[in-house]
Design a protein around this ligand. Structure first.
Ligand SMILES: Nc1ncnc2c1ncn2[C@@H]1O[C@H](COP(=O)(O)OP(=O)(O)OP(=O)(O)O)[C@@H](O)[C@H]1O
Ligand SMILES: [Mg+2]
Length: 252
């Protein structure tokens, strides 16, 4: 698929025979995955299967020891300049929102654009307000994170990541710390982002979201990608016993 903005048809993210160890523990085993530009990937699997490790390797929050990871045409190596280059293109949203509690919503959003992108404050604020409007909470701009609901805080975290105009967005269980009534507003925000063509890798157990939004579902177990398929065949006819067992548990 050709990227509308760059005209480039190289993949957004490519894992080639990637292995990762935490000490002696083999956390990722021979991961091969190519994410096309504009593609939406949902990653699921049991606790401890390596989902967070996998996506954290994309922006080098974790380091792999073997194989290669290429993000937006840049191979991740210990070279700090390359890591910075990749991090500028990759936004991440965590389960716990990781907002700065002593900064207003607006200042949370403008911090990186001003200090990393060297954007003028006025421009950074205009951009932040546009993105807060996009996640439907422009009226919260002057509040502090502690004054917002969990769902609102997570939408701020999404807006904050978007303020760096990333090419790729990573989500690590963005709704699993939320009360049920707030899950939908965050999933709706993510669905809208997907409809706008953002490349997304989402770790989630929200199987309704996976069915509706994902182009492909990646199922992991014990550090391996066990199954990759479009949502319909994955949910309707999972190939592996481990995937069937997992689906029975989450869909129960
Ligand atoms: N910093 C670390 N040091 C040592 N082991 C780690 C570290 N981080 C993760 N692990 C181990 O690596 C494995 C994969 O962890 P990871 O967090 O990627 O799993 P996960 O699939 O995201 O699980 P969960 O669904 O519980 O979030 C687990 O066995 C975990 O204990
Ligand atoms: Mg995890």
């Amino acid at each position: 698929m050709t990227d509308a903005r760059t005209g480039s048809d190289d993949p957004a993210v490519q894992f080639i025979a990637v292995h990762k160890w935490y000490g002696a523990f083999h956390a990722l085993r021979d991961i091969n995955l190519t994410v096309r530009r504009g593609e939406r990937i949902v990653v699921c699997g049991p606790s401890g299967s390596g989902k967070s490790t996998l996506i954290r390797c994309v922006n080098r929050l974790e380091e792999h020891q073997r194989g290669s990871i290429v993000v937006d045409g840049v191979e991740l190596t210990p070279d700090v300049k390359r890591i910075d280059e990749v991090r500028r293109e990759v936004g991440m949203v965590f389960q716990t929102f990781n907002l700065f509690p002593h900064l207003t919503v607006l200042d949370n959003c403008t911090l990186a654009p001003i200090w990393v992108r060297r954007m003028a404050r006025r421009d950074a604020e205009d951009l932040a307000m546009q993105l807060l409007a996009r996640v439907k909470i422009p009226e919260q701009a002057t509040k502090y994170p502690g004054q917002l609901s969990g769902g609102q805080q997570q939408r701020v975290a999404i807006a904050r990541a978007l303020c760096m105009t990333p090419k790729i967005m990573l989500f690590d269980e963005p709704t699993s710390a939320l009360d049920p009534e707030m899950v939908k507003e965050v999933l709706d925000t993510m669905t809208a982002l997907a409809q706008d063509g953002m490349t997304m890798i989402v770790v989630t157990h929200e199987m309704g979201f996976a069915r509706q939004v994902a182009d492909r579902v990646v199922f992991m177990d014990e550090g391996e990608i066990v199954e990759i398929d479009a949502p319909e065949p994955f949910f309707d006819h999972p190939q592996h016993e481990r995937a069937r067992l997992f689906l029975r548990q989450v869909l129960r």
